[in-house]
Design a protein around this ligand. Structure first.
Ligand SMILES: Nc1ncnc2c1ncn2[C@@H]1O[C@H](COP(=O)(O)OP(=O)(O)OP(=O)(O)O)[C@@H](O)[C@H]1O
Length: 346
């Protein structure tokens, strides 16, 4: 067995799959280190196996002591985990307003922090813990009526998203040891960003203050939907500084070129499935180290579930076939033939 992501032979590992020979046959098992935190990047074109691979990782993390796996699920692909034979819970994406850093409130609401309404919202977020409390504080402030009205309109908009709740996701529920699936399907981009920023911030702050002994693993599917919103800043912090306090962050995307370059350069484990867009291949090539003789381009796999694993820890490259899932995979597009009885099958 080979373990990617570490040099020393110690601690728990996650079974990723097997070595893949040119003819597709299986070789020795390949595991991923889950003893230490890792920044991971899973890339590949649509249907190449990214979500499936995150699912494999979650199954393994669910069976690992001492970790707190959380997956941000914009497509509802991990909802079937709640019925599976692993300890997983699908949660409503609701977070506490004060889980978002006050500096993020202006960005979230599209307000310039130097403007009157922007600075009012910023101060409200510093002084109050709930969205209702923030709105009341704005109403009672000594700002002029137009500024108060503008700030209060923006806070009302945030209230319509229905993601801020004083009883929202707590550290205890996120780090209780079960797999937490944040079901963001049907949640618009801005509120989904707010939820992920709050969760990423909560996990990071908790580890910095050593308020949880478990090491969180935050997995983000369709990560390109988050990197330019308020979640982007929180994710960048996890990628660059998260490993030190013990937070792992894994992003999966079909568009690596849409991620900030730090997401590619900071990843100590890159799992590249089939990728054909020149811009996306170029984004990987640009940020990858030189020990990849001959570059990435010619080595990317073509079969579904096959991955080129680039391990920055041991500076090695592996051709892997990701193993089959034990739990149901929910990432498949619906087919007419599965829905319409009597549909013709050719
Ligand atoms: N390792 C694997 N072993 C067996 N089948 C796989 C594997 N990986 C992927 N598949 C198959 O390929 C299909 C597509 O995989 P998946 O949903 O993970 O693609 P994706 O890259 O996440 O696509 P999208 O970008 O559209 O979300 C799966 O439904 C599954 O049937």
């Amino acid at each position: 067995m080979v373990v990617v992501g570490r040099a020393a032979e110690r601690g728990p590992t996650a079974r990723l799959g097997h070595y893949r020979a040119r003819d597709g046959s299986h070789g020795a098992p390949v595991d991923v280190d889950v003893d230490r935190p890792h920044a991971g990047l899973v890339v590949g074109k649509r249907g190449s196996g990214k979500t499936y691979t995150l699912g494999v990782l979650l199954e393994e993390l669910a069976a690992t002591e001492g970790v707190a796996p959380v997956v941000a699920d914009p497509m509802g692909a991990f909802a079937p985990l709640s019925d599976a034979a692993i300890d997983a819970t699908v949660v409503e994406p609701r977070v506490r307003a004060d889980a978002l850093d006050p500096s993020l409130w202006c960005a979230l609401l599209g307000l310039d922090p130097a403007s009157g309404p922007g600075s009012l919202v910023w101060r409200a977020a510093t002084r109050r813990e709930t969205l209702t409390g923030m709105a009341e504080w704005v109403d009672g402030s000594d700002a002029d009526a137009a500024t108060r009205r503008a700030a209060s309109n923006h806070l009302s908009l945030a209230a319509t998203w229905d993601v801020f709740d004083p009883t929202g996701l707590s550290l205890e529920s996120l780090c209780g040891g079960r797999v937490t699936v944040l079901d963001l399907s049907g949640v618009d981009r801005a509120p989904a960003n707010a939820v992920l920023a709050a969760v990423a911030g909560t996990l990071y702050d908790a580890r910095v203050a050593e308020r949880t002994p478990r090491l969180p693993w935050l997995l983000v599917d369709e990560a390109h939907a988050f990197t330019d919103g308020v979640a982007g800043r929180a994710l960048r912090r996890l990628l660059t500084r998260g490993r030190h306090p013990g937070v792992s962050c894994w992003l999966a995307t079909q568009r690596p070129s849409a991620l900030p370059s730090v997401a590619v350069s900071q990843a100590d484990l890159l799992l590249a499935h089939r990728l054909t867009s020149e811009a996306d291949v170029a984004a990987l090539v640009e940020a990858r180290p030189t020990y990849l003789d001959g570059g990435i381009e010619g080595r990317l796999p073509t079969a579904t579930g096959a991955a080129l694993v680039v391990d920055d820890v041991t500076e090695s490259v592996h051709h892997v076939q990701v193993r089959e899932r034990r739990t149901p995979h929910g990432g498949e597009s619906p087919r007419v033939s599965e829905r319409v009885s009597g549909a013709h099958h050719n």
